[in-house]
Ligand binder design. Sequence first.
Ligand SMILES: [Zn+2]
Length: 586
Amino acid sequence: MSRIAEETIQQIRDRADIVGLIGRFVSLKKAGSSYKGRCPFHDEKTPSFNVRPDRGSYYCFGCQKGGNAITFLMEMENLTFPEAVRALGAEVGIEIAEDRSGPRGDSERLLAANAVAQACYRAGLAVPGNPGAAYLAQRGIDADTAERFGLGFAPDRWDTVVQALRAEKIPVEDGVKAGLLSERNSGGHYDRLRGRVTFPIQDVRGRVIGFGGRAVLPDQEPKYLNTPETPIFRKREAFYGFPAALEAIRRAERSIVVEGYFDRIALDRAGMGEGLATCGTALTEEHARNLQRRSRQVVLLFDGDEAGQRAIERSLEVMLPHGLRVRAATLPAGDDPDSLLEREGAEALRRVIDAALPALDFVIRRAVAKGCATPWEKADVVAAVAPLLALIPSGVERGEYCAQVAVAVGSEAQHVARAVERARRGEDARDAIPVAPRRSGPEERNVRQLIHGLLEHPKHAQRFAVDEVVGLIADASLGRIVRELMTACAPDVPVDVEGVAARLETEEANLLRSLAAREAFDEDAAARTIEDTVRWLKRRRSKDRERALTDEMRRPDADWQRLIKSKNPNGSESDVSNPPPMGSQR
Ligand SMILES: [Zn+2]
């Protein structure tokens, strides 16, 4: 094996722009005569990685790794020394004759095969009247954009890439290993991507590591087909958008993560070059680390549907531990970045990104929107967000969010903090929220009075049917208590409180016991309270129905005749804003 002259190596090292090279992997900031960033070799929140352009060296005070441009490339890209020297040489304009006597590295061979395929696909898109160009035109992507993103078209043939590799004398096995070709059971090989618009997925140095393919022919499945995972295409860390996004991320000090190749292109067309798309996988640890080295601010732009919202929560799980500041942008329902851009222009898309909420706020709002009226629901909301809050590395930030959740659900910050602590230890966060009776509204207060009256004077239960009363109570827990209690009420014997409690949930039983322990209730007042409460509940439910009908009538497709008929079947109801007089127990 011939060796590269020491002199040549020295020359390459001198010419290499080490700040530019390392800056592709790590976001660097100038600090005096050196540059600082977060170390790519170990996980850290505060920058301890230093680059000295004057000496052409780097050093990490955290993990003690250091070296020059060549060792950096070897480490980052798993290259052998000669591979790294050659790669760097090519960048600074010093060609080194390839050593044909020794075997080429695996990755170099796969990259060579990919380069051939990329040329094929580019040529495919240049053929007049090809379906790929028609498809791109229909999606509003002009020739300039297609050129800039290296988009191509894989012709609907079995052997386009097979033939091209053969012409370049690249072994067919390399094409298979690169995921470009598949093997026939009967022997022989065929192209994996056919009849598809192709997206070259590049590493930070601009080399094609894999391809995405979008179906453009009628009835073609699946809609998206990527080349498979290979030694150079590691989907757990790859992003579509490099190397173009590098400079834009540095300038904008943020990255925007999307799920589709076209989304990435739409962002770019709207003037936001800092977009990166995952390649057919959910965000992983490796992605998070990849992002963290470049910028702490990340905006997630996922679909507004249920699946997109869940994807945001899953992404937070991997990103929060890395101290990333994650925001979530939401598109109008049914839109993707592409359609919004087409319809309303670049400004509209930019507004959506700039208005992105901190993703945790977003998740908290979503959990609260599912309902947190009863103590049990509150505990559920806290239990849903606590595991995410537990992942925030900064204690200050975590505390802020605990306070925020407490306000949102109407609980105490200390309870939320305790729930988060439990989640950190892998325990059930629900147990940390005391499900104490909340400060009750008039309905809850009245139903409690009703229960108290029935406990003291069970014979008055006989005046009403159980189902009728229970049907009037909005809160499910209170409804259950009333049902079990009324069922157990007999005219001349006291209520067996523990017997009723045994048929209830723990919290419901506790409420029943606390009401049974209250002061005695004068019989006349109790009777009046029971009657008044039932009447009051009836009016309240009828008001609810009216309100629902009014809402329905506002809808454009409302059937007015039917609605008006059902609105007032037996005269109007009076105002229910005041609760009934409650005797001595108010
Ligand atoms: Zn380090």
